[in-house]
Design a protein around this ligand. Sequence first.
Ligand code: SAM
Length: 347
Amino acid sequence: GTPAADMYPRKILEYMEGFLVSKVVFSSCELGVFDLLLSAERPLSAEEISQAIGASLDGTQRLLAACTGLKLLNTLQDNGQVLYSNTEQASVYLTRSSPLSLYQSIQYSSRTIYLCWHHLTDAVREGRNQYEKAFGVNSKDLFQALYRSDEEMVKFMQLMNSIWNICGKDVVTAFDLSSFKVICDLGGCSGALAKQCTSAYPECTVTIFDLPKVVCTSREHFVTEADQRISFHEGDFFKDPLPEGDLYILARILHDWTDERCVELLSKVYKACKPGGAVLLVEALLYEDGSGPLTVQLYSLNMLVQTEGRERTAAQYATLLTAAGFSNIQHRLTGKIYDAVLGNKEA
Ligand code: SAM
């Protein structure tokens, strides 16, 4: 039929240009706009900003205007001049030094994820990640590709780190884990979730199990000696024995791998786990009918372009856990990005 005269493809236009918004955020962060406005402690003009960040006046003016439209910057008129300042959200999340900063995540999105997504069409066609095309690296060993340089590894670790300052407490308290004293965080990376555990559960100790070079960097840059209840264990969780524990946390681990590899890993966890112990999966859960949440549907595509895995529903995780021997499987939604699934090993 003929479309109604008042029909207007608002959504489609918004989607078509969604990446323009991402790029404005990436570039403003990279140029240090929000950091500058934070340290200036007073509203600045486009001239002052362009000079301080070493960018063209014309380009800066347009970027600042777009940031204003996105409600990341506030403007005020001063003697016919426009002055810019950070909105509260920009100060808290887009500046480097803020404790809740997403700056490093944005950097990783800009420099790595965005480049992989350039090859999304091929990823869908081929059903596999696009590291070779995007970065010229062999992706046979996933984490060798992800950690293709020390710099990339640190960037990845910073990405992993930042989200737990924002929603880590919700996932570690989604279930009462206070009865588990010896916790092993498999693929615990920078230790951000381990810190959330030790602060939520004063009696527990957490061992971070990760690849040797990740452990080394985590020790040097992320976990201080003051975190006395956090220790490290270097190893490959597919090849090496796992330390014994009451609770194993696998946060954003299974979404990297195929069902077969997940069951292989969970079976090892089941064997190492003390009777009466448990495994906690921390993942973004899809609705059972696959109809959402949109963020998780997009994350699943991100897993396609970047990893060997996918995002799953609670029932799909339950199937993997059951195959590995775990029982009494429950899940809790947190209302934020990441949710929790708990499986028990009978006493
Ligand atoms: N759990 C952390 C979090 O949620 O922030 C990090 C998740 S990250 C997607 C996957 C982690 O698994 C990385 O820290 C990586 O180094 C680790 N990893 C990958 N393969 C591994 C292996 N074979 N043995 C041990 N750790 C591994």
